[in-house]
Design a binder for this molecule. Structure first.
Ligand SMILES: [Zn+2]
Length: 447
């Protein structure tokens, strides 16, 4: 349908369009940085008028008046403006490097939000500067979604108060409450330790997927028999099924008959999985580097070790001390070793920006077997169904280097390296010889 001439023309059009979009986003980011500058100047002006003694209610008046003036001019509520004023002040005063990166158009405001949120608890200016440098390194090449767990882990490492202490305090805030919504609905909100929340969500997800898989196979049965109830087709989406399983499990202690009937006797045996990564020096109490609920957030070492105590096996993960590249994973069953190494290395789909966890991904030969691609770690990577299909049925191309980086090339020839998640949180250290190996331990914890 398309001759090569018009194909080249459309490639050029797409390429020019992408350039323009990148340029626009850079401009938007620069403007947002400029706006932050003006807003924090407004705070300075208001503060200059607030230097009068008096009750706090009165001292706050100049700031409120300033917010009201800006709000009226921009047709925004003054409460919203007051929040923006305080955000701008935090950015310009406490995160100058991040602000500069926004001004240069290197990162978006969404990246900035992730960095500020993760780094705000770091009180010490020096430590926060180190954090920003490392987080920006990640932000310049990853989506805000992938930046989030990396930034949290970095911040946890630099936090002066050990995670154990902070978790002990935070865990006392666990709670369950209900918020009423319209149309006869309500939200049930549980604030829980992260590994429990992710475990619950994982178990619901597994149940829901079994329900949906099962209805695909049993749908034809019952048709044509006089005394059968007419088959009612279950059209619930995955979110609906998850919610139904959640309610059934909590109200009755088990999933509904449809879930746990004879066709699915294993439904009750579904066990939640969370993956934790514990640095080996932390296990040996030689270091306080926090453990991680893989792909989500740092968790306190005590919880990680307790989960580890019930594990059926451990993976010993050898990572490069400077770059964090996964070098090897040991396991008792060598047949699974390759898959396990890959799972630890990838954590999620390896298409740029994608975060679908490896459990729901296919293992893809980067160079196909038909083209003599070997079945070894440097030629394998996890891809979710969507991106697996994209790789095989579009002009996207990919090649892999031994450090596990997937070098993607878009249809118009743009290059996007995708680094393994474990390498994201390592702060560059130019002083090291880079030969020594560091150990870490990762595992799946059923509970
Ligand atoms: Zn994907």
């Amino acid at each position: 349908m398309t001759n090569s001439g018009s194909l080249a023309a459309s490639t050029a059009t797409v390429d020019a369009m992408l350039d323009e979009l990148v340029e626009i986003r850079r401009g938007v980011a620069a403007l947002q940085a400029r706006e932050a500058a003006v807003l924090s100047r407004a705070v300075e002006v208001a503060r200059a008028h607030a230097d009068v003694p008096g009750p706090s209610k009165v001292r706050d008046i100049p700031m409120r008046s300033m917010a009201a003036q800006i709000g009226a001019a921009l047709r925004v509520s003054d409460r919203t403006v007051q929040r923006q004023l305080s955000d701008a002040l935090v950015l310009t005063e406490r995160f100058p490097a991040t602000w500069a990166a926004l001004a240069a158009g290197e990162v978006s405001r969404a990246h900035v939000r992730v960095i500020v949120e993760a780094g705000l608890p770091i009180e010490d200016d020096g430590a926060r500067a180190v954090f920003q440098e490392a987080a920006l390194e990640v932000a310049r090449r990853e989506t805000p979604g992938r930046l989030k767990p990396a930034a949290r882990l970095l911040a946890a490492r630099l936090h002066p108060v050990p995670l154990e202490e902070r978790h002990a305090v935070a865990a006392r805030g666990r709670s369950v409450w209900v918020r009423d919504l319209d149309d006869g609905m309500a939200e049930l909100i549980a604030t829980l330790p992260a590994h429990l929340a992710h475990g619950i969500r994982d178990r619901l997800d597994q149940h829901a997927r079994r329900v949906i898989d099962a209805r695909g196979t049993g749908a034809a049965e019952g048709d044509g028999t006089l005394f059968d109830e007419p088959a009612v087709q279950d059209r619930r989406g995955i979110d609906e099924v998850r919610a139904d399983v959640f309610a059934d499990l909590l109200l009755t202690g088990h999933a509904t008959p449809e879930v746990s009937n004879a066709s699915m006797p294993e439904a009750e045996a579904i066990v939640a999985h969370v993956q934790v990564t514990v640095p080996v020096l932390t296990v040996l109490e030689a270091d306080t580097t926090p453990a991680e609920l893989t792909g989500h957030a740092p968790i306190d070492t005590a919880t990680a070790l307790r989960l580890a105590g019930t594990a059926t096996g451990w993976d010993r993960v050898l990572t490069h001390p400077v770059t964090g590249t996964v070098l090897a994973v040991d396991r008792y069953r060598p047949s699974d070793q390759l898959k396990r190494t890959l799972r630890v290395r990838d954590e999620h789909c390896r298409f740029p920006g994608c975060r679908i966890p490896v459990r729901r991904c296919d293992i893809d030969h980067t160079t196909a077997r038909e083209h003599d691609g070997p079945t070894e770690i440097s030629n394998l990577a996890h891809l979710c169904r969507r991106h697996h299909t994209l790789k095989h049925h579009s002009a996207w191309r990919v090649r892999q280097t031994p450090d596990g980086i997937l070098h993607w090339t878009s249809p118009t020839g743009r290059r996007y390296p995708d680094r393994p998640a474990r390498t994201l949180v390592f702060v560059p250290d130019t002083g090291s010889d880079g030969d020594a190996l560091d150990g870490g331990s990762g595992r799946d914890a059923p509970f």
